[in-house]
Design a protein around this ligand. Structure first.
Ligand SMILES: Cc1ncc(C[n+]2csc(CCOP(=O)(O)OP(=O)(O)O)c2C)c(N)n1
Length: 327
């Protein structure tokens, strides 16, 4: 049974991430409408939002300790926030501003934060080998820290997935692989690309535990991650966790989503994991509706402040264009 403070914290983290993604969806379209222009507006480039996938990030990251490392993907905001990234510096990076984590040169798919040991990349499956490397370092340091690699089910068909699981298993590294199965890799449905139904079954090929969380439930994610992390911290090696989650928005903002119907999208919205969890906590009297509303309002204020910080920050100076980058 998860204690009540942790339950409230899980809800709070999911709500912060949802409010952030909804705000980003709006800000991103500024200057891009009526005719969608990917280069226009305050946030140029692609934008991949994770609304619907919050239980995975919140449930796993609530088990992490200072010093634990996380790698994520091109859809990183919910994970970065749950792992403790500063929302202002993250937003400024997304806006390409000097005050951002990478001085505005990485953008939303490349958030790097030495303070929280967080990295992500637009290269699909890139986070797995780097988490394995981090786990090797942790093992040598002997401090009991763990690395967690989040990735999509599309990434599980990359060679890097298999190479990472193999090496991590062979060397018994403290790393957890977390597959966010949102059923789609851009427009490709999982069953058109993956020979088996559950990626968690692939763990058996490497002799490590594979756990399946089948309904985007934050409690189940939290409890499953707790077992895997305890095992890793005890020196017993890696685990693979697969969560069947929901991507409520398009692959990227501006995606016409011709590969799924409006009814399918509405069905996902109706089973929204955050609303379900909020309702469950109110029903079990962990919080009342006024307290729940307060969490939403605080998240809105925090997100507004972060966006204001990003908007009012300067762009990097032109003469710094070649510093901090491979050139
Ligand atoms: C190595 C590589 N191949 C292809 C792409 C193009 N691409 C970007 S996202 C994506 C789909 C990823 O799907 P999944 O791993 O399920 O993550 P999701 O987008 O569902 O979060 C692809 C093929 C890429 N960025 N990197």
């Amino acid at each position: 049974m998860i204690d009540e403070d942790t339950q409230r914290e899980l809800l709070r983290q999911m709500i912060r991430a949802r409010v952030f993604e909804e705000a980003m969806a709006e800000v991103y379209m500024e200057g891009k409408t009526p005719a969608f222009d990917i280069a226009a507006g305050p946030v140029p480039g692609e934008m991949h939002l994770a609304a619907g996938q919050e239980p995975v990030a919140a449930g796993v990251c609530a088990n992490l300790r200072p010093g634990d490392a996380v790698t994520a993907t091109h859809r990183p905001h919910h994970i970065a926030l749950a792992h403790g990234m500063d929302m202002k510096k993250m937003t400024a990076e997304i806006f390409g501003k000097e005050t951002g984590l990478g001085h505005g040169k990485g953008g939303h798919m490349h958030l790097f934060d030495p303070e929280t040991h967080f990295g992500c990349s637009g290269i699909v499956a890139e986070g797995m080998p780097t988490a394995v490397g981090q786990a090797l370092a942790f093992k040598k340091q002997g401090k009991g820290n763990v690395a967690v690699a989040f990735f999509g089910e599309g990434a599980a068909n990359q060679g890097a997935f298999h190479e990472s699981l193999n090496l991590a298993a062979l060397w018994k590294l403290p790393v957890i692989f977390v597959c966010e199965d949102n059923a789609w890799a851009i427009s490709v449905p999982k069953d058109a690309a993956t020979a088996i139904g559950n990626n968690s079954d692939r763990a058996a090929a490497y002799g490590i535990p594979g756990a399946l969380v089948s309904d985007n439930d934050v409690t189940e994610v939290y409890e499953t991650a707790a077992v895997a992390l305890e095992r890793a911290r005890a020196g017993e090696g890696p685990s693979l966790i697969e969560v069947k989650t929901d991507r409520l928005l398009g692959h990227f903002q501006g995606d016409a989503q011709l590969y799924r119907t409006q009814e399918q999208i509405e069905e996902l919205e109706q089973r929204d994991a955050i609303r379900r969890y909020e309702q469950a906590l109110v029903e079990s009297e962990v919080l009342d509706s006024a307290e729940a509303l307060e969490i939403w309002n605080r998240a809105r204020a925090e997100v507004e402040e972060a966006i204001e910080f990003a908007r009012s920050s300067p762009y990097p100076a032109p003469e710094s264009a070649l510093t901090g980058v491979f050139a």
